[in-house]
Design a protein around this ligand. Sequence first.
Ligand code: BAL
Ligand code: ZN
Length: 872
Amino acid sequence: PKTHYLTDYQPPAFEVESLFLTFELLPNGTRVTNRMQVHRVKDLSAPLVLDGEGLELIQVDLDGVALMPTQYDVTDTQLILPDVPERFELEIVTEIDPENNTRLEGLYRTSGNYCTQCEAEGFRRITYYFDRPDVLTYFTTKIIADKQDNKVLLSNGNLVEVGDLPNDRHYAIWKDPYKKPCYLFALVAGNLEEVEDTFITRDQRQIDLRIYVEPKNLDKCEHAMESLKRSMKWDEERFGLVYDLDIYMIVAVDDFNMGAMENKGLNVFNSKYVLAKPETATDADYEGIESVIGHEYFHNWTGNRVTCRDWFQLTLKEGLTVFRDQEFTSDMLSPAVKRIEDVKRLRNNQFPEDAGPMSHPIQPQSYIEMNNFYTMTVYEKGAEVVRLYHTLLGEAGFQKGMQLYFDRFDGQAVTVEDFRNAMADANEIDLAQMHNWYTQAGTPTLKVEKHFDAATGTLTLHCEQSLKGQSAHAPLLIPVLFGFLNDDGRALPVRPGENSRNKVFETEKGHLLKLTTLSETFEFTGLSQEPHLSLLRHFSAPVNLEYAASDEELMMLASHDADSFVRWESIQTLALKNIEDNVARFQAGNGMVFSEHYQQAFQAVLEAKGLDPALKALAIGLPDLPYVFEQFETIDVDAVLQAVEYQKAQIAQTFSGALDKAYLAHCSKKAYCYDKHDMAARMLKNQCLAYLAYGAEPVVRAVAQYEQQQNMTDVLAALNALNHLAVSEREACLSDFYERWQQDTLVMDKWFSLQARSESEQALQDVRGLLEHPDFNYRNPNRVRSVLGVFGRLNMKAFHDASGEGYALLAEEVLKMDKINPQVAARLVTAFTSWKRFKGHRQDKMQSALQHIAADKALSKDVYEIVSKSLE
Ligand code: BAL
Ligand code: ZN
């Protein structure tokens, strides 16, 4: 397969003035007529090359004259017209088969309805076109379909005409007044029902809001609609950005590769991010819906109005829009909780990606299959890099930069450099060094050493940055938010010494130190005592911090620091130290210990007065396994799992009374409400419940909570608590759950995923059973992910079973899935990418599984790219 390089970018040779698409919808033979007005902008002799895949070409007309097949070339991926005039009209007729499109790229059918997914390169599966984001044009779309099965006919922009046709057919014409690249095109048709509402913009325009769903789901749209209205209001208030069409439509479909898609005026969503009611959706689902609805809405400006020049710029729109959705959630719920959740997400998912064979900078330099680069790195690390600008410039400076960005680039396809220059020019500062964050892969390590001279009251902080395996990397600009504390946790003054005045700043987020070189010393004076350091407050840069804090210091920070992130981080570090210690003990054949300091910090936080219960829940939770694994050069699965098991059991045993008390104190009979206080209470209660299930009476509370059936958050937490136990209560609850919810696809995904991640001895066998279950469906990505994705990513015990059977099972399923949906298969195979990190026989067996996949000669380029890079 071909590798694409950023350095090969060439501007397009042709411009499309307008595009008129006609779809005659039929499940197995949809006819697409594409009429475009084109003119040449450069390269007088260049042929016209259009992208197209999986299309049956019926006819090509140039300026109204049908071409003979000898006048063009058709390959598997292109239509080439060697000789075209400077300005011309081209009409291309193709036929496609939506019913058998299991890749879910281009036009396909889901639950009997038609829908599209074009990003990144799906439009070429609809018609021959310039499938690249820097060719923008005005789209008009005519949809013709059978009336009986397609009451609703939707596309981008405004509805301009509808009418009836012979043979019980009808049509609709949609015109989008904004120029767009084809990846933002969408079409939806079928028998969907709509929920309607309106939003009044700050300039008093009324926008029609519509959510389209299958009739059975009409009662689950309220939260999504409220989330949309909140997003629209927030973007006006915080970013000054107002919606620009008269209608905003969201369609929920069950079969979707991504979470959702920001097509202009017509978002298509994975139903998981639309449908919710308290009985069926958890707090995490509600929060996810609000955030994804926000994300897609925010793309209307950051992505659609200003788009990407090429796919190497993906983080331009995704990093920025994730940053915006993070800020939205933070403003709607709790900023402290949101920041910690985002850091956990980054560390559990992006850090391992960046330490493995698929590691890439937020602006990748090359790819084989673009879909493989919709990654945690481009999205989440990309958002962290946008956050760096925000930290450096402050809210007002950042907004000035955004304003200039839109003033300069509205309606254009641009680059990450354009964004950086707008930020720099608007604030009249030099941000050139930020470039290094875009071009270097890997999680940087920030090492800090302190030295205190009591005689002069001077503190020196020596800071060093490094990137693993890169001896001479270009230095990153690392903003470090920090504070000094005395023994009681009170803030001490920060007075930069002579050499540090221009590197230490007062910002709206607190004291900020700017590290711009590989190694630098910062001096602080006027200190009457040696301060404790609170470093990387708010997690101000996506780095691994190495600072040798003592247990006493960590305990003090966990109890007293002004910054919630540092408080959480300090207790997490104590937990991690305890786990690491026990891993070493296990490996040496010694008994494990339960750290006194961790116990004290745990108790202090659990019993702290006035602390947000959500922060308590996060603090007393153990670091997630992927992050624990990341701490080790070589991963000893057995030792880590034993150490974590031990830690949970010790917590349950030592704190059973306090956990039970906290559990009861946060139980409530109140009806479900999506409210941060109620959510916080549920979070703490359910964290306690999870620990109690490792104690002396594991099932009592969980079974009672399950039986109450108060809301899905609590029901699922109860099932989770029971999930690792080999007890009849677990089976009884799971089967009751199945009986209640077997008709609800999204709820059934939870039932599948619970079993796929069970720590029980039976798990491997259970996963085999789930794949044979009548409700398992290889064509539904959510269902596949809820079994195989969860198994490979979250079930460390069963996936890494010493027999190697977990690996063999996933390898076979990847091969099977690759023939159905390569994008989904490629995600599943990432469970193997870190194989070199594992110890001994596991490493060998993971390698064999990858080699087995690689031996398939018909692999998709999606899976091929990941497997081949992993085996290099
Ligand atoms: N653009 C792909 C889906 C998303 O990030 O919104
Ligand atoms: Zn996005």
